[in-house]
Each structure stands twice: as C-alpha cells, then as structure tokens.
Write a protein that binds this ligand. Structure first.
Ligand code: FES
Length: 103
C-alpha cells in the first residue's frame, strides 16, 4: 500500500504509510487539517480539495466530469486541483505528495 504526504496550508507535512482507500478517507482518518469531507465522498462539496504536485499530476490523472463541475465553482482551483475523495490509492501512487487547499 502506498505512502502519501499531505502539506497543509501552514506548511506542515504529514506522511502516512500503508494508506488505503481514497485519499480523502486517509486524510480524515488521520485528521489532516483542511480536509473536512462534508459530503462524505460523493463529490458534491469540494471540502476535500487538494492540489497535486506537478511531478504527480500525470500519474494521478485528470479530474472526472463531476469533479470538474464542482472545482469550476471553487476560487483557487487550477489544473492541479483534485477532489481527494475521487483519488483511489493504488501502489502506483506510492510517494504521492499533495497540498491541502485552504477553504
Ligand atoms: S468529500 Fe465532498 S467532494 Fe470530496
């Protein structure tokens, strides 16, 4: 299972080994600041917004259509933005680094 690192807006880094499930589930299980996940992962709230670092963008993949619609309404969203509930963690994402976007 992959290792993932979250960087919160205050610059704090938290690395979690053996992450399982979606990126949002891992973040909420470990109390990552800024990932509130109010909708529970059904892609309707954007309170799980993260920015994927450039080196991981291709491996993580693009926003899906629903995700894109939600992110289009968010100030501060850009091409590196993803909703972490839509990122299923796989071994291919071992070492993933994301920045939590301040709401
Ligand atoms: S948890 Fe609501 S959009 Fe991801």
């Amino acid at each position: 299972m992959p290792k993932v690192t979250f960087i919160t807006p205050d610059g704090e880094k938290t690395t979690i080994d053996n992450a399982d499930g979606t990126l949002m589930e891992v973040a909420t299980d470990y109390g990552i600041t800024g990932i509130d996940a109010i909708c529970g992962g059904v892609c309707s709230c954007a309170t799980c917004h993260v920015r994927v670092t450039d080196e991981w963008k291709e491996k993580v993949g693009p926003q899906n259509d629903t995700e894109k619609d939600i992110l289009d309404l968010e100030d501060g969203a850009d091409d590196n933005s993803r909703l972490s509930c839509q990122i299923e963690l796989t071994d291919e994402l071992d070492g993933l680094v994301v920045e939590v976007v301040e709401l």
